[in-house]
Design a protein around this ligand. Structure first.
Ligand code: DOR
Ligand code: ZN
Length: 332
């Protein structure tokens, strides 16, 4: 038996409409709160839209707190940021333009005076900046290609906490030591698999994501970061559902749908590596500290007991969950 208190998913795609209704129960069952991504078809780029989206989510799951991030665009004025803070929002998401799903309206010139002005206001207003840290370089170098921009942001805004989301490349790890205001989230898939799982045997479209899975060395280094519950790192699943039709129609839309088995698979992984004593820090305590959640929000209380029995793997029409190893189940 093993108990987790207030699990947190610090990077989650819930989508909208029918898909939201279909996938939300899986996250709400296992997590007390999640950072919810704003890359809907029409980006969540105003306070009003973020509050409306949060209301839609809470109307369907009352015991689950969505922490909705605002999609950074040049139109996100300092006045709008003040409005957002007055309404309890505190996360901004930076998508560089055209690097991933629904990022066509992302930022083209990140170090432009306009964007820097917005980020300065964000720092003054006590926001946290979440970053999809990729360029359009060679596909295995996209995270490293983003380092100069990331380093520039960390150095310019030392009081702004910056989260390198879904860290995928071991070469990013030293930046955590270099910049006191830089943190990272890790997904289950990047610590579980490397490129062989995606394309070593047959191409598996359900393991295609941005940033791409990388080398065995990257996976191993990221896994060790997670298993040690490095204090500057926390869990963010990047569960990103795409219907089967959409996966096929888009010649393989990027996104791995992991939400239904996250805690079961994380517990299994930490158990296999004799690190269960670090899991609470990785899936909750570190995030509470990094995002200073206790002074910002009142998290719904949730304690889950897991036991070492194979869980029932849900089948969900039109969605595929990749084959995570799962030897633990949630009992209550
Ligand atoms: O694989 C991904 N899927 N990476 C992202 O950055 C976006 C996400 C999605 O929205 O599908
Ligand atoms: Zn994402």
């Amino acid at each position: 038996m093993f108990t987790l208190h207030n699990p947190l998913d610090m990077h989650l795609h819930l989508r909208e409409g029918e898909m939201l209704a279909k996938v939300l129960p899986f996250s709400a069952r296992a997590f007390s709160a999640a950072v919810v991504m704003p890359n809907l078809q029409e980006p969540i780029n105003t306070t009003a839209r973020a509050l409306d989206y949060a209301r839609q989510i809470q109307a369907q799951s009352t015991e689950f707190m969505p922490l909705v991030a605002l999609y950074l665009q040049e139109s996100l004025s300092p006045q709008e940021l003040e409005n957002a803070r007055r309404n309890g929002l505190f996360l901004i998401k930076l998508y560089p333009q055209n690097v991933t799903t629904n990022s066509t309206q992302g930022v083209a010139d990140i170090l432009s005076p306009k964007i820097l002005e917005i980020l300065r206001a964000a720092q003054d207003l006590d926001f946290i900046l979440c970053v999809h840290a990729e360029t359009q370089d060679f596909v295995l170098d996209r995270e490293v290609g983003f380092h100069p921009i990331l380093e520039s942001l960390c150095a310019r805004f030392p009081q702004l906490p910056i989260i390198l989301e879904h860290m995928s490349d071991a070469r990013s790890i030293p930046l955590l030591e270099k910049y006191p205001n830089l943190y990272a989230t890790l997904t289950l898939h990047h610590i579980t698999w490397h490129l062989d799982a995606l394309l070593g045997a047959r191409l598996n479209p359900h393991l295609f994501c941005k940033p791409l899975l990388k080398t065995p060395k990257d996976q191993e280094a990221l896994l060790q970061l997670a298993l040690s519950a490095h204090p500057k790192v926390c869990f963010g699943s990047d569960s990103a559902p795409h219907s089967l039709a959409h996966k096929h129609a888009c010649a393989c839309a990027a996104g791995i749908f992991s939400a239904p088995l996250l805690l079961e698979a994380l517990t299994t992984l930490f158990d296999i590596h004799h690190a269960l004593d670090r899991l609470q820090a990785f899936v909750s305590d570190n995030a509470r500290r990094i995002y200073q959640l206790d002074r910002r929000v009142q998290l719904p209380k949730k304690s889950l007991t897991l036991s070492k029995h194979p869980p029932t793997i849900p089948t969900i029409p039109d969605l595929i969950i990749p084959p995570f190893a799962v030897e633990w189940r949630i009992d209550a």
